[in-house]
Design a protein around this ligand. Structure first.
Ligand code: HDD
Length: 698
């Protein structure tokens, strides 16, 4: 260290990134309109011309600048994960993790590290619907003292392919087909299933994507996974394998397929809106960071190939330790500047976290850095406000399109003496990143290891760990997707693979496709556990009713005391109540009071709510019974297995909707008695035991 100056250092806290971003915020309120050069503009509605109807002048720099800027507003969307929504927040560790890792942000429970988290779908374009069946991205950028750490995960713990060299093939097959660019944001087409049928390593993830995990209720109610096996490295340079998990505190919940499809039309922004509104209302999404730590010496004994991203480590085998909490508490100020321009790179790590030889991960280490060059227009994207680390940056990188930093040193190379050798190198003690030493030897060859050849045992583990309703949903999803596949031999080939996962799966899907069932061939390889309850959403659900949305159907004559009593109970548990009537404004309650209406029936639908309540009041009940829209609302909620509650005086509405008051998840009684039972039923999320396949869909 030859400089007299102390090296730049930061002590990141929750506000550090916000403070840094503040320097780039611009607010026109109370200010003059100007050109990009800061020149004040006195007129912006007409171009400069000769005479009122005459030719426009080339001299009009304001016109030229305004149109030029408009012409170049678009950048390429992400090649995958184009559709997404993001939020700011912080991460806080519960206990020092020094035994396992020297990562600074995992040591001090009193500190909050700022984060920016982007959720996404994978296959659809930027403007596609949120609720399509797909994997969801869960990407977290930690702005730590030691530089940015990006954990770029999904809501599914495994991946479709084992080697990154297959990623372009897989994505091409999943995306809209090249000749007519259809279908948008959907895997229910020939090329996706053609690929699946020829690449059986996809089978495990196909099970996950066809399960209810593929249609989450909310970004706030899904798990996240780092997928690959990473390394934790401590101060003594001891390395252990680690798998990362995010566990949502609201529990893990899904939509039903019919609902997801309808939402795609009624509110294509359903998940984006849910995330945005929840944060605005103070319902901050929270997730715990979980880790499965595996001693390197024990890796072989597990009987699971840790370098194969199509495999998970069952929680029953290696428990998930919850080590900290992520809280999302601020919406972005500007979608483009932040959500669109954020560039996550798997290669962004901090000391104490390392990679493994997982061949999928190795390709990702290249791909993310590389893709940003096209997407963000050159190599200086790390200088964009949302990407800039809070940790100081000093190096000899220079120039390129859109360079922001003004380097003042004469020496732009290393080693140098003209700048006293600066910027200088950091030892491990000074925070330098040291790759953990590893002995490697072998033959250069393009092969897939023998330990990567079992493609069915964990697909079977997943299927067998689901409850019967979850299995039924998965089977229905496969019938839907393969039903859309036009080429017979693709359907047949997929069934052959299903038969290697589970006999019931193959038989039931085959029935839906009108095809013979191939002979079941249960997986030859057996994993260390036969079932893993942690893989079932149903067995792990919970999270109460906080932030859930409940619709209340009313008309003139509603019993407002009942409405108030139930509302109080629901809001007391953190749920949000929306009063819905034929028209906006107010309805007149039986006692003459005006009840404020939040939504008119024409602008909303049952699919936007987690449950429905119908208060009493003779005139209101009489109106709702006859009102087709109201009846559709109740029937649809019923068919989607949601909780429906009615005060004793409103059970006639249930009858008019052919809803059996004794069915599971239907709550009736006096408003005072009903509240608690309603809350308990809502907390179950859905009542699968009342599925009625023979009803006409609402
Ligand atoms: Fe990827 C984006 C997650 C495999 C190449 N990926 C992207 C995003 C997420 C993931 C969440 C969106 C980030 C954002 O919000 O900006 N990807 C995964 C996971 C994988 C995975 C969990 C498997 C474990 N990805 C994967 C492979 C490759 C890529 C194997 C290439 C070899 N992924 C990309 C990309 C993207 C991307 C092309 C598109 C936009 C971007 O990176 O920034 O580089």
């Amino acid at each position: 260290m030859s400089s007299q100056k102390q090296p730049d250092a930061v002590h990141v806290d929750e506000k550090s990134k916000d403070t840094q971003l503040a320097k780039d915020r611009s607010d026109g309120t109370g200010n003059f309109l100007t050109t990009d050069q800061g020149l004040r503009i006195e007129h912006t509605d007409d171009s400069l011309k000769i005479g009122a109807r005459g030719p426009t002048l080339l001299e009009d720099f304001h016109l030229r600048e305004k149109v030029m800027r408009f012409d170049h507003e678009r950048i390429p969307e992400r090649v995958v994960h184009a559709r997404g929504s993001a939020a700011h927040g912080y991460f806080q560790v519960y206990q020092p993790m020094s035994k396992y890792t020297r990562a600074g942000f995992l040591q001090d429970p009193s500190r909050k590290t700022p984060v920016f988290v982007r959720f996404s779908t994978v296959a659809g374009s930027r403007g596609s619907a949120d609720t399509v069946r797909d994997v969801r991205g869960f990407a977290v950028k930690f702005y730590t003292d030691e530089g940015n750490f990006d954990l770029v995960g999904n809501n599914i713990p495994v991946f479709f392919v084992q080697d990154g060299i297959k990623f372009p093939d897989f994505v091409h097959a999943a995306k809209p087909e090249p000749h007519h660019e259809m279908p948008q944001a959907a895997t229910a087409h020939d090329s996706f299933w053609d690929f699946v049928s020829l690449v059986p390593e996809t089978m495990h993830m196909v099970m996950w994507a066809m399960s209810d995990r593929g249609i989450p209720r909310s970004y706030r109610m899904m798990e996240g996974f780092g997928v690959h096996t990473f390394r934790f490295i401590n101060e003594q340079n001891e390395s252990r394998f680690v798998k990362f998990h995010w566990k949502p505190l609201l529990g893990v919940h899904s939509l039903v397929w019919d609902e997801a499809q309808k939402l795609a039309g009624k509110d294509a922004d359903f998940h984006r809106r849910d995330l945005w509104e929840s944060i605005e209302m103070g319902d901050f999404p929270e997730y715990e960071l979980g880790v499965q730590i595996i001693e390197e010496a024990d890796a072989q004994k597990l009987g699971i190939e840790l370098l194969d991203a199509t495999k998970l480590v069952p929680e029953e085998l290696v428990p998930v330790q919850r080590i900290g909490k992520l809280v999302l508490n601020r919406n972005p100020d500007n979608f483009f500047a932040e959500t669109e321009q954020v560039a996550y790179c798997v290669s962004n790590v901090v000391p104490g976290i390392g990679f493994t030889d997982d061949p999928l991960m190795q390709a990702r280490l290249f791909s993310y850095l590389d893709t940003q060059l096209t997407r963000l227009g050159g190599p200086n994207f790390a200088e964009l406000p949302i990407n800039r680390p809070v940790a100081p940056v000093h190096n000899h990188q220079q120039d390129g399109f859109g360079r922001h930093t003004v380097n003042t040193s004469r020496a732009n190379y290393h080693p140098n003496s003209l700048s006293g050798g600066c910027p200088f190198l950091a030892s491990q003690k000074q925070g330098g990143y040291v790759h953990p030493p590893e002995q490697v030897s072998g033959k250069k060859q393009r092969v897939r290891a023998e330990s990567f050849q079992d493609h069915y045992s964990q697909a079977a583990l997943f299927f067998n760990s689901l409850t019967p309703p979850e299995q039924e949903h998965l089977i229905d999803a496969c019938r839907f997707e393969l039903g859309k596949v036009e080429t017979l031999h693709i359907r047949e080939r997929v069934l052959e693979h299903f038969a290697k996962v589970d006999g019931k799966l193959a038989t039931e899907v085959a029935k839906g496709l009108g095809l013979p069932t191939p002979a079941a061939q249960p997986p030859a390889a057996k994993g260390p556990v036969a079932t893993s309850p942690a893989l079932s959403m149903e067995l792990g659900k919970g999270g109460g009713i906080k932030s859930r949305r409940i619709a209340v159907l009313v008309a003139d004559g509603v019993d407002s005391d009942e409405l108030m009593a139930v509302r109080k109970e629901l809001e007391g548990q953190g749920a949000h109540v929306k009063v819905i009537a034929k028209h906006l404004g107010t309805v007149k309650a039986a006692n003459g009071q005006a009840v404020k209406v939040d939504k008119s029936a024409i602008t909303t639908a049952s699919i936007e709510y987690d449950g429905v309540y119908i208060p009493g009041g003779a005139a209101s009940v009489a109106t709702l019974k006859k009102d087709g829209e109201a009846r559709h609302f109740v029937q649809e909620a019923y068919l989607h297995c949601k909780t429906v509650a009615a005060s004793t005086g409103a059970t006639d509405v249930l009858k008019a909707c052919e809803v059996d008051p004794a069915a599971p998840g239907i709550v009736t009684g006096t408003a005072q008695a009903l509240g608690k039972a309603f809350v308990t039923a809502l907390a179950k999320h859905r009542h699968w035991d009342r599925v009625d396949h023979d009803r006409v869909p609402a």
